[in-house]
Ligand binder design. Structure first.
Ligand code: HMG
Length: 455
């Protein structure tokens, strides 16, 4: 019999510092409305001097283990996904193992598998599918696997990407018969195109991005993946014919959110494509005018063309769109407005934000996950929310943690960004947390990172 596998619980780690978006805008001579309203970002989380993607991952894992009272011997895998790992050879997962053993006891996790997956912001979704397939196959020797998405989104100072930075880690607890979300593996759709919208050469700490082009790539790949997802629903008779809408089968959706407005672009593009078959589509066109013709443009060129953007913007203002957006997407962005981009972690933070801000009964609802990673690949998949979910989400505490952060000045932000603080010059001294202690300087350990749990 097919096993039910999925996400049993999750834990989120957000750095304790943030930069106010209006302050950044003023310092850069930009109208603040462009960042707060245009992109939808109010605050950006900024890692302190003792933090990196590895400490954030370990903090999320520790929180997950503590709140579920997990015994290390019940953990089969710690699988990390990141695109901002500090080492090109050693995976963060192994650093995380070492950090957790400082708390739970030496060698207590030496039995685990500990891979790292990289594919820009979609990496954790690939890692999750791998681990769930492994559990479903029955090859696992222990009950739990932990997948951690951890990233620091960082662009050059004064670049157009600067206002879409942020940082976070999310740890997902996976098992058979999960309490939170059961995965629907048969429907998953992929959309992959070898492209150069965003990348980070090994020698750089900041990403190189062609901003508008990257938006087009996101929309193109998402279309390929959601088309495949829909075809799979048709194959399994969930959608009865090509004429039925996909959106009607999804109760909530969590999109990758590099900035909240991007999710609005993505959801609008998704609905425009989905609703063309809608009996009332003609009525919608009568309000907003006809769709612009493609005129031989490639998909990316079309998605970033002025005509299409204007059409999508008009569509985004109509009641039919607003109702659907408010019901299925808006709650996922409440936390994201206060965090910024966090690459692999973002789509899972959106999911946590849905649970942290929704009031309806979500039992048995279908939650769609639309994950995108530059380079480029999109995954469209779904989960069914489980009856025990209410107990699980009580302890997610995302919004409370966001309200307890410290605002930093532009000067401190720039010093942290440029690595001018030593690891022991943190803005908030670490307490009950993992910290980067020092970086090796000798022949045999040059560049090696030493981490410590600070009581
Ligand atoms: P930009 O090109 O300077 O912004 O930077 P814009 O001109 O497109 O304006 C953005 C919005 O602000 C527009 O809204 C403007 O009208 C509005 P829209 O019309 O589209 O609804 N606006 C204003 N609103 C109010 N008051 C004002 C005002 N002025 C303008 N005064 C861009 C935006 C995203 C390109 C830039 O920030 C960037 O390069 N960011 C990094 C790249 C990125 O996030 N790409 C997203 C897709 S790729 C992706 O998601 C993958 C990624 O996460 C990486 C990975 O996979 O690892 C990035």
């Amino acid at each position: 019999m097919k096993k039910k596998v999925g996400i049993d619980d999750l834990a989120v780690y957000i750095p304790k510092l943030y930069l106010d978006a209006e302050e950044l805008a003023k310092a850069r001579g930009i109208d603040p409305g462009k960042i707060t309203k245009g992109l939808g970002i109010e605050k950006m989380s900024i890692p302190d001097a003792h933090e990196d993607a590895a400490t954030m991952a370990a903090m999320a894992a520790l929180q997950l283990m503590k709140k579920n009272n997990l015994n290390p011997k019940d953990i089969d895998f710690i699988h990390v996904a990141t695109e901002t790992g500090p080492d090109a050879a050693k995976p963060i997962s192994c650093y995380v193992q070492g950090m957790l053993e400082q708390v739970y006891g030496e060698r207590c996790l030496d039995h685990i598998g500990a891979p790292e997956t990289k594919f820009a912001c979609v990496g954790a979704t690939y890692a999750l599918i791998d681990r769930l397939a492994y559990i479903a196959s029955g090859w696992n020797k222990r009950k739990y696997a932990i997948v951690i998405a951890t990233d620091i989104a960082k662009y050059d100072l004064y670049s157009s990407g600067e206002s879409t930075q942020g940082a976070a880690a999310v740890a997902l607890l996976l098992k058979e018969n999960p309490r939170l979300l059961a995965y629907e593996p048969e429907f998953t759709g992929f959309g992959t195109v070898d492209d150069r919208d965003f990348y980070r050469p090994i020698e750089r700490t900041t990403a190189v991005v062609d901003g508008q082009y990257s938006i087009g790539c996101y929309l193109r790949n998402m279309r390929i993946a959601t088309d495949m997802y829909k075809n799979n629903l048709i194959k399994f008779n969930i959608i009865k014919s090509d004429q039925e809408n996909l959106s009607d089968k999804l109760d909530l959706i969590s999109f990758h959110s590099p900035f909240p407005k991007m999710v609005q672009y993505a959801f609008a593009s998704f609905l425009i494509h989905d609703w063309r078959r809608f009996p009332r589509w003609d009525n919608i066109l009568s309000k907003i005018g006809p769709e612009p013709p493609r005129k031989g443009l490639t998909n990316v060129e079309f998605y970033v063309s002025k005509d299409y953007k204007r059409f999508r913007s008009r569509f985004s203002k109509i009641e039919e769109f607003r109702d659907e957006y408010n019901a299925k997407v808006a709650n996922s962005l409440i936390a994201l407005k206060l965090i910024g981009n966090s690459y692999t972690a973002s789509v899972w933070l959106c999911m946590a934000s849905h649970f942290g801000n929704g009031r309806d009964n979500l039992d048995d609802k279908r939650l769609g996950v639309c994950s995108y990673g530059s380079g480029s690949s999109a995954i469209a998949c779904s989960f069914i929310i489980q009856p025990e979910y209410k107990e699980v989400i009580k302890k997610i505490e995302l919004m409370r943690n966001l309200s307890r952060r410290k605002r930093i000045s532009m000067e401190v932000y720039e010093d942290l960004h440029e690595g001018r603080f030593k690891t022991d010059e943190s803005v908030i001294s670490p307490k009950k947390e993992f910290a980067l202690d020092y970086i090796g300087k000798e022949d045999k350990n040059v560049g090696y990172r030493y981490y410590k749990y600070i009581e």
